[in-house]
Design a protein around this ligand. Structure first.
Ligand code: ZN
Ligand code: ZN
Length: 409
């Protein structure tokens, strides 16, 4: 199979599996300029599937850097609220949402962390209403990645650029099941496996999870009426979509006030252009009270200060160490891939979707059940082949869920 065929298959998977796009539906795409070839193929597949209108917005690394080099310092609290308001309007009108990731993970590494933090904060705030419609699944949505040269060179620093890009594409295609005889059918089978796992966990109704391993002794209380999710999701518009391509996780909402103990990251976190490695934090009453990291500590501290919920958890996810992405042995410096190589937690905003009957609950009721609130949602990896996970029932009894990073259920 040649590259163009594989890219076309990825575009087909994005439209049919990722979005489940319906005839007559509008589609809003955001993509880096490097992803133009994939975006065009997706646009074609979307119109073939009956899209009424496909609108793409492109981001450019060079333009982003120009802002830091030349932009007035007082401008860093500005975000295009008018654009995000328009996106929210489109989603309320039934448009589907596709994001293509793959930007240079260290683009902003050399920039003033204060400016980076202000710009991120302004953007997060302005984007919040649109983002809420997405994370609450008012609409069908999906994210997938494009192998940009800057990203590929970071993943394979020893290789010439063209080889690095080709190798990263191979990894993306393999993880996204594009190499299978029938990728769409392979995704249906994969979704069935993930759904079986989430059904098991939902039936057990654990009160907490316990993670144990080197540098980690962490108890994550689960939110009241939490629901495990994983694989394809049914959006509130009735459309079944796969929000992440690829995906290997089952995940739920922790209780914002019932997390305690120590945890150490097992993979570097690439956050808005900075690599944060060797994170070690201690939780008390759900809040991080001590935090260090080997690199990127200034950025980590800024992240934790974003708002009150930024130092609390909004997600806990279980991924076996033997997942295909983990087995590839590649560190992708991209959460969409790395979070599917290991169990993880996320700082910040919880998914309402992971609370039973969330549609009928007020913001206050969701908070009372333990759902965290924040402008951020940042996943970082805490799983490895040295981590054991137990499910703790309401009576305090522990049941083994994972041993040495593998499911034992
Ligand atoms: Zn996750
Ligand atoms: Zn997450």
């Amino acid at each position: 199979m040649d590259f163009t065929t594989k890219l076309d298959r990825l575009a087909e998977v994005a439209v049919k599996v990722g979005l489940g796009l319906r005839p007559g539906q509008e589609l809003v795409i955001t993509a880096p300029v490097e992803a133009l070839p994939l975006t065009r193929l997706i646009t074609r597949h979307a119109y073939q599937a009956g899209a009424s209108l496909v609108t793409a917005f492109y981001a450019d690394d060079d333009a982003a850097l120009a802002r830091y080099e030349l932009g007035a310092p007082e401008g860093f609290d500005t975000a295009p609220g008018w654009l995000y308001e328009g996106m929210a309007k489109a989603f309320q009108g039934g448009a589907a949402r596709l994001a293509i990731a793959g930007d240079n993970p260290t683009l902003l590494a050399a920039q003033d962390p204060e400016k980076v933090s202000r710009a991120n904060r302004a953007r997060s705030k302005a984007y919040q209403p649109a983002l809420q419609l997405i994370v609450d699944f008012h609409i069908n949505w999906s994210i997938l990645s494009y192998a940009s040269p800057a990203w590929a060179k970071m993943v394979f620093p020893g290789l010439p650029e063209t080889e690095a890009v080709a190798k990263l594409w191979d990894a993306i295609f393999a993880a996204s099941r594009i190499d299978e005889a029938d990728p769409v059918a392979a995704w249906h089978a994969h979704n069935a496996r993930l759904h079986a796992r989430r059904t098991f966990l939902n039936d057990r109704r654990y009160d907490a999870l316990h993670f144990q391993g080197p540098g980690t002794d962490l108890t994550v209380g689960l939110a009241e009426d939490h629901e495990w999710a994983g694989g394809s999701e049914s959006a509130r518009n009735g459309i079944i979509c796969n929000p992440n391509i690829p995906t290997e996780e089952v995940f739920t909402t922790p209780h914002a006030e019932r997390v305690s103990g120590r945890v150490t990251s097992t993979k570097p976190l690439s956050y808005q252009g900075t690599l944060i490695e060797g994170i070690a934090v201690r939780f008390e009453g759900g809040r991080i009270v001590e935090a260090t990291s080997r690199t990127g500590e200034t950025v980590l501290r800024k992240v934790l200060e974003t708002d009150d919920g930024a130092a609390r958890l909004g997600e806990v996810a279980l991924v076996p160490h033997s997942s295909p992405i983990s087995k590839s042995g590649i560190l992708f410096y991209n959460t969409l891939f790395d979070e599917n190589a290991a169990s993880h937690i996320a700082l910040g905003q919880a998914y309402n979707k992971c609370i039973r009957d969330f549609e009928t609950l007020s913001e206050e009721a969701l908070t009372a059940k333990g759902a965290n609130r924040s402008l951020i949602h940042i996943d970082w990896m805490i799983g490895s082949d040295e981590i054991d996970v137990d499910g703790i029932s309401a009576s305090g009894a522990a049941e083994p869920l994972m041993r040495a990073g593998e499911w034992v259920i």
